[in-house]
Design a protein around this ligand. Structure first.
Ligand SMILES: [Zn+2]
Length: 91
């Protein structure tokens, strides 16, 4: 790698995490240093109900899917699965 090329992955202390609002199903990517189990305020409805999307967690999945707006919640999960495949194409 040339001396004027910077590998941003080596300099980044932040991670983008896919969040979904458990109240209204709005989803967004949040960039911040990794912190487990941190709930965020939803940028759409402002409920403190933003949780990291956890596709492999059955308890999270059932809590998320029991909320209102089932179609939007399904789209959030499809989007999360698409992002996971994009970030790790071997899975
Ligand atoms: Zn919300």
């Amino acid at each position: 790698m040339g001396s004027n090329v910077v590998n941003l992955d080596e300099r980044s202390s932040h991670a983008a995490i896919h969040y979904a609002c458990m109240a209204c199903a709005h989803d967004w990517n949040a960039a911040f240093p990794p912190t487990p189990d941190l709930s965020l305020e939803c940028p759409q409805c402002h409920a403190p109900a933003g949780e990291p999307v956890a596709l492999d967690d059955w308890d999270w999945f059932t809590r998320f899917m029991t909320g209102p707006n089932h179609d939007k919640r399904t789209l959030v999960l499809l989007n999360a699965a698409r992002q996971a495949r994009k970030n790790n194409p071997r899975t």
